[in-house]
Every structure is written in structure tokens, then in C-alpha cells.
Write a protein that binds this ligand. Structure first.
Ligand SMILES: Cc1cc2nc3c(=O)[nH]c(=O)nc-3n(C[C@H](O)[C@H](O)[C@H](O)COP(=O)(O)OP(=O)(O)OC[C@H]3O[C@@H](n4cnc5c(N)ncnc54)[C@H](O)[C@@H]3O)c2cc1C
Ligand code: FES
Length: 278
């Protein structure tokens, strides 16, 4: 099986959208799930959210932000190149239901991940409001597409170069003043998901977050994606990645994410040396 890259678009610095040919994987995909890819035969396996799929073309859409060696190798590939493996769909689908008004919040690649969720919630008759958060205007991803799906889309940037100056929680505060919200889903950096969950907890608004725990096999065997939710141990790859944000132990998640930093630094240094033929 050849997992050929059919399309590649640069969305922002170090961030690309790719359509990858993986027809078997597309057969049972649902919003909120992810795939695990290997870029090279000896490379590590990295989990990536499903940002869309086309069963007729047999393609899955991914949004990749280069943060280390493997994601950098991936975004360097070109149309016509192939990935070594694509495994999926993995994980549980998002909590899709008829809620009323839903606010979907995306930061970084998380904006790509909320698109299939937004489409599904809209098709179920929900009012869907999207919030995209970014450091600056150049890093706002997928805005136009999200606008075609949602009833309303708001943008926040830390430097105020687009939309509201501030954080996604500032935008959420304003929305909560204007109308009742029945469900919130936040996908993006851990501090953002934590802040959103803390904001909705006292208001008792159902809140889901997608946990980007470190994963290896993605099938519940290795234990590396262990997270604490509601005082019990869960595996993000098979029990999640979506969990009730009010029950997640974010502190433990952050600590576990830091476990391999020295090795990740070394891998990136080797990658950069290879790129520069040093
Ligand atoms: C369910 C899920 C969905 C994800 N969806 C996307 C996506 O759609 N687009 C995207 O760009 N990124 C996504 N990520 C994050 C992506 O998997 C990591 O950025 C990638 O694995 C980093 O590998 P690296 O070698 O490039 O960087 P490294 O140098 O290895 O790591 C950089 C940082 O990424 C995190 N990371 C490292 N290895 C893993 C791993 N195996 N699993 C999870 N996190 C890891 C660590 O926090 C680390 O500090 C997702 C992660 C999860 C768990
Ligand atoms: S990634 Fe190995 S148990 Fe989840």
C-alpha cells in the first residue's frame, strides 16, 4: 500500500495541509478520531488528527505543525512522495449530539481537528460557533473553511493583529454574556484547553478537550498515553482522545509531555545536521 501525498498546501510558517491517499483508513472515519503515521521506514510513529476525509478519492486530510524531527520530516515531503505507514482511524469519535448551542475552539492544528466536528454538529441541528486562537494573524488557520460551516466564527490573536486582542477565553467570555451555551469543545495547546475548562466548570457547561498525550502504538498496549481523568487512569489512544475537560488532570499531562525533551532535542539536532549535510 502506498500512502501517497496527493495535495500539499502551506497554511502558515511550518504548518501544512496534506491530502494523503489511504483508502482503507477512510472507510470508517468519524470526527474526533486520529491516525498514526510513519514518515520513513525507521522513523517514529506520530499521531495526527483527522481534519477531513473523502471516501470516493480515498484521501485523508491532515494539518501538520512542525515542532520536532518527525513533523519536520513530514512537512518537507512533496506531492507524489509517500508515507511509510498510515494507521487508523484510531480513538473514539467526539461526543456528537444535539446540544443546542455549541462553541468549538481551535488553536494551532486544533482548528483543523474541529472542522469535521463542526460539520457533524451542524448537521445534527446545533447552532455552532467557532473560535480560532493564534499568536498572530499569519498563524490563523482554516478560517474561511470554518466560516462556511459555522453560524459564526470569532478570531483572537495575542498581538491583536486580527480579531479580538487576547485569548480564546476572552472571546468565550463575551459569547457567554450574549447567549446560553450548551457544549464547548477545545482542541489545541494544553494551557488553552485547561483555561477553557476552568472557565466553563463553574457554569456547568459540558466541555470536551482532545488530549495530545505522547503516543506510541495507539492501540492501548504501551501505556505511554496514560492520562488521569476523574481520578482514574485512562489511555488517550483508546479511551479518548476526547475527554470531559472538567475531569482531566492537566498537571499530570504536562509533566508526562516533558518526559522525552532531551531525546527530542537530540533528534531535532541530528535532523538539522542531516538537512545541512553536516
Ligand atoms: C491525538 C493526537 C492528535 C494530534 N494531532 C495533531 C495534528 O493534527 N497535527 C499536528 O501537527 N500535531 C498533532 N499532534 C501532535 C503530534 O503528534 C506531535 O507534534 C508529534 O508527535 C511530534 O513529533 P516530532 O518528532 O515532530 O517532535 P518531538 O521533538 O518528538 O516532540 C515535540 C513535542 O511533541 C509532543 N510529542 C512528541 N512525540 C509525541 C507523540 N508520539 N505523540 C504525541 N505527542 C508527541 C511532545 O509534547 C513534544 O514535546 C497530535 C497528538 C495527539 C496525541
Ligand atoms: S499509545 Fe500506547 S497505550 Fe496509548
Amino acid at each position: 500500500m502506498s500512502y501517497k501525498i496527493m495535495e500539499k498546501v502551506e497554511l502558515a510558517p511550518n504548518t501544512v495541509m496534506m491530502q494523503v491517499h489511504a483508502p482503507l483508513a477512510t472507510r470508517k472515519m468519524q470526527p474526533g478520531q486520529f491516525i498514526i503515521v510513519r514518515v520513513t521506514p525507521n522513523g517514529e510513529r506520530i499521531p495526527l488528527s483527522i481534519s477531513g476525509w473523502d471516501m470516493n478519492k480515498g484521501t485523508v486530510r491532515i494539518i501538520v505543525q512542525a515542532v520536532g524531527r518527525t513533523s519536520a520530516e513530514l512537512i518537507n515531503l512533496r506531492v507524489g512522495d509517500s508515507l511509510t505507514d498510515v494507521v487508523g482511524p484510531l480513538g473514539q469519535p467526539s461526543h456528537l449530539d444535539k446540544y443546542g448551542t455549541c462553541v468549538l475552539i481551535g488553536g494551532g492544528y486544533g482548528t483543523g481537528a474541529i472542522i469535521p466536528i463542526a460539520k457533524d454538529l451542524k448537521a445534527r441541528g446545533n447552532k455552532v460557533i467557532g473560535i480560532i486562537g493564534a499568536r498572530t494573524k499569519e498563524l490563523v488557520l482554516m478560517e474561511n473553511e470554518l466560516r462556511t460551516i459555522c453560524d459564526k466564527v470569532e478570531v483572537s490573536t495575542n498581538d491583536g493583529s486580527q480579531g479580538v486582542k487576547g485569548l480564546v477565553t476572552d472571546v468565550l467570555t463575551e459569547i457567554l454574556k450574549q447567549e446560553p451555551v450548551h457544549m464547548v469543545t477545545a482542541i489545541g495547546p494544553v494551557p488553552m484547553m485547561k483555561a477553557v475548562s476552568e472557565m466553563t466548570r463553574p457554569l456547568n457547561i459540558k466541555t470536551y478537550v482532545s488530549l495530545n498525550a505522547i503516543m506510541v502504538d495507539g492501540t492501548g498496549m504501551c501505556g505511554s498515553c496514560r492520562v488521569e481523568v476523574g481520578g482514574t487512569t485512562k489511555f488517550a489512544c483508546i479511551d479518548g482522545p476526547d475527554f470531559d475537560g472538567h475531569q482531566v488532570n492537566f498537571g499530570e499531562l504536562v509533566n508526562r509531555q516533558k518526559m522525552y525533551i532531551p531525546y527530542e532535542k537530540k533528534a531535532m539536532e541530528l535532523h538539522l545536521c542531516k538537512e545541512k549535510n553536516l
